[in-house]
Design a protein around this ligand. Sequence first.
Ligand SMILES: [Zn+2]
Ligand SMILES: [Zn+2]
Length: 307
Amino acid sequence: MLDYHLHLWPHHEHDTPLRLEQLSRYCEQAQAAGVTELALTEHLFRFRQADALLGGFWEHDGTAPTLAESMAEYWRFHARTDLDAYVACALEAKEAGLPLVIGLEVDYYEGRMDEVARLLEGYPFDVLLGSVHWVGGWRFDDLDDPVSMAEWPARDVDACWDAYTRAMEELAASGTCDVLAHPDLIKAAGYVPGAPAEWWDRIAEAAETSGMAAELSSSGWRKPVGEQYPAQGLLERFVARRVPLTTASDAHHLDHVAHRADDLRAVLASVGVDELRAFRARAPHAVPVAPPPAAGSGSRAAQRTGV
Ligand SMILES: [Zn+2]
Ligand SMILES: [Zn+2]
């Protein structure tokens, strides 16, 4: 098993120092849950280099003033850390023998992915997650932001899913990243169309055509929607198209590392998947879905913490 989506900081924190000790605790907890390899994948927008390149992207797409203001504040708060220091810390952990690879969670920026790829190309990344967290300047999954959440009842759910899917298609076609993170994140706040098959088909086709892997994530179980990403119907479409999978917790702190790894194993078994995709220097290789650790190892306790 993998935990290929891990953050260093909760969204309400910034300016927190990078510490090797935190990574070593992540690895210990993951290993207790039978997770053998981790990927550190902090958000690109946490870094000053991203702000310098992409800051203000929301100002040119007709975003409503309230949403633009909210996004500007969000960026000001988050973009504080040095990307070089982050990579150096992850490299140090890797060289110390911790079972982790170096990655980033890269958001989709319409028409800007070439610039993003150029920013990242000099770094020794093993894996890049691609995700869509906003449509235009609207952070549709920012459950803590009342301005963003007030949009949902005012919008047409099908149109939101359509705009999200278009962004995912463009992200996949850009070839900038290796894994589609939380592929149906648009459902996070609990707004799901009555018949989502059309969007599931398009997302699965985008993954297959691009050659990207797709992420099976436990973080949806912690959100209002209350189900894993991707939904079973989308997962079945990925499997039918032979899209490789990673597994992930999307933890933003220690309590969620390897969260519900056993339940993810059960989901994989339900669709007959016994192999995952891992990465080194952005080159893929297959790894087996290992059985859970022996009873009494403490894995259940680790997984159930802080649900
Ligand atoms: Zn994400
Ligand atoms: Zn994430």
